[in-house]
Ligand binder design. Structure first.
Ligand code: COA
Length: 163
């Protein structure tokens, strides 16, 4: 399996439904425009049998972070840092849920951010978890920020060590 950059001419964004309207709408209406403006990058996993069908997608960008919402050891270690990699969105179409594609997309997103961090260093990766998905990320080692239970982070160092 391989993720590819969202291609509005090729990929059927209208049929995509992950069950969260905001995530469907972003893919359908915003993702391509944001990519063309270098604001975010969206990658999709295609169905091998029909590459226009989107199994799932994720969107990457950077975010500014408030270090005071992190454990003291991380505040000390990264005291001059103000930005982190962000998995801004991640969704799997309802037809493909429960088959490991969410995990595959998350690992793929982490690999891309790890690779990016080797050129433009940042120490943390953050996710904004939609309705009830925080537990999904916790399974993979993400920890909630003190001040926002839907925003979670993992260190680039622990991602590096896990691969
Ligand atoms: C959350 C989501 C991405 C999971 O995708 P998926 O393809 O169904 O997940 P997977 O099959 O890869 O599951 C991997 C593991 O995570 C677990 N898991 C899946 N969804 C979970 C959730 N919401 N909470 C806790 N654990 C979850 C699975 O049980 C599985 O565990 P196992 O390996 O112990 O069996 C998908 O349900 C989705 O798109 N949800 C709507 C959008 C959303 O909430 N996105 C995430 C936040 S932006």
């Amino acid at each position: 399996m391989r993720s590819v950059a969202l291609d509005r001419k090729k990929h059927d964004r209208k049929s995509f439904d992950c069950g969260v309207k905001a995530l469907n709408n972003y893919l359908q209406m915003m993702a391509s425009q944001h990519a063309s403006r270098d604001n975010t990058r969206t990658f999709v996993l295609e169905d091998d049998d029909n590459p226009s069908v989107i199994i799932g997608y994720y969107t990457l960008t950077m975010i500014s972070i408030d270090l005071t919402a992190l454990p003291a050891n991380l505040q000390k270690k990264h005291h001059n840092v103000h930005s982190a990699g962000l998995i801004a969105r991640l969704g799997v179409d309802k037809r493909y849920k429960g088959k490991g594609f969410g995990e595959w997309l998350l690992v793929d997103a982490l690999k891309k951010l790890l690779h990016a961090s080797e050129s433009v260093a940042f120490p943390l990766i953050v996710v904004d978890a939609k309705d009830g998905a925080a537990d999904f990320y916790k399974k993979f080692g993400f920890v909630p920020f003190f001040d926002a239970k839907h925003r979670l982070f993992i260190t680039v160092d622990s991602v590096r060590k896990s691969f």
